[in-house]
Design a protein around this ligand. Structure first.
Ligand SMILES: Cc1cc2nc3c(=O)[nH]c(=O)nc-3n(C[C@H](O)[C@H](O)[C@H](O)COP(=O)(O)OP(=O)(O)OC[C@H]3O[C@@H](n4cnc5c(N)ncnc54)[C@H](O)[C@@H]3O)c2cc1C
Length: 280
């Protein structure tokens, strides 16, 4: 077990984890848990591009409305508004880092980079790097992260649970190395940037899908905060999914509660859970 203290621990090295690491590292030391398999995760495969209001003929309110319509009642309007309003500055930041977005040299262009129109968007507002935007983004972000003196990358570990202090606050993560040894990474602040949960479904467009591991760890930690004395190691999947088949550990599927279901990627990596239900 390692007992080195980390200031900010970020778990997950897709676009969210890399961007946050760069944002935070100018003020604080960052440990980025980024398994080598992250290079096959969703972020690298994002293809079409990034939506933002960039053309002078486009409009923030129009982007918000297009998003709410496409979301069909599922969107948190405040979150949509915040995200859309931050879009132009975020693209400027990425351009400043050197992301090689495709330029538009045509005489009628009102923005120096090419914008496409996709899905429910009523205007051309998708900035892209040819048809491999995720790869361009990831390569650029990774280069900056690797060069930043305040970011320490751990590519040898997978997080399996969160650590808590006596007051129930999250204080780092419990991890496994490739040999299945448990390594604790205590940290003052911990961020879960572990992506989505498409790996729980039979079909997904991501070749190395995230399986909701971050959500699982957060839910387990919260549950254990109410049960003093029980270690915060995920032992089952606190999800009810009556309509959706969930993968079992033999590669089949079943419906309903997935008990003793360990993160699939952990199993793929040859790891076995150190703890199972009731045996922490
Ligand atoms: C084929 C495809 C095309 C897409 N096209 C677009 C597009 O054109 N435009 C767009 O905006 N979006 C697109 N998306 C969606 C976009 O890729 C995702 O929304 C985005 O990449 C999510 O980034 P993220 O950093 O949150 O998650 P991820 O990229 O999934 O990164 C999370 C990382 O956390 C790591 N992780 C998970 N659990 C653990 C753990 N326990 N310990 C350590 N690490 C862990 C995983 O390895 C993973 O790499 C597309 C997605 C796919 C699959």
């Amino acid at each position: 077990m390692s007992h080195a203290n980390h200031d900010v621990l970020i778990i997950g090295g897709g676009v969210a984890g890399l961007v946050l690491a760069l944002e935070v590292a100018d003020q604080r030391g960052v440990t980025l848990l980024r398994p080598a398999s992250d290079d096959r995760g969703a972020s690298r495969w994002a293809q079409g591009g990034i939506a933002a209001v960039l053309s002078p003929s486009d409009d923030i309110e129009a982007h918000i409305q297009d998003t709410l319509v496409a979301g069909d009642g599922l969107c948190d309007e405040a979150a949509v508004r915040f995200t859309v309003e931050q879009g132009p500055a975020a693209i400027e930041w990425l351009l400043g880092l050197g992301v090689p977005f495709t330029r538009d040299a045509s005489p009628g262009a009102d923005y120096p980079y090419h914008l496409t129109r996709e899905g429910g968007h009523g205007a051309r507002r998708i900035i892209h790097a040819a048809d491999a935007t995720g790869r361009a983004l990831m390569d650029t972000l990774k280069a900056h992260v690797a060069a930043h003196p305040a970011i320490h990358i751990r590519d040898d570990l997978t997080a399996i649970g969160l650590l808590q202090d006596g007051a129930g606050r999250c204080r780092g993560a419990r991890c496994l190395d490739a040999a299945g040894r448990r390594i604790d990474l205590p940290a003052h602040d911990t961020v879960l940037a572990t992506g989505g949960a498409s790996g729980l479904y039979r079909h997904t467009t991501s070749p190395q899908p995230a399986s909701g591991e971050g959500m699982l760890m957060a839910a387990e930690t919260r549950r254990h905060a109410d049960e003093p004395g029980v270690p915060a190691v995920p032992s089952d999947l606190p999800l009810r999914s009556p309509g959706h088949p969930l993968p079992d550990q033999r590669g089949g599927t079943r419906r309903g509660r997935a008990t003793a279901q360990y993160p699939r990627r952990t199993l793929h990596a040859g790891h076995r859970p150190a703890c199972r239900t009731g045996a922490a």
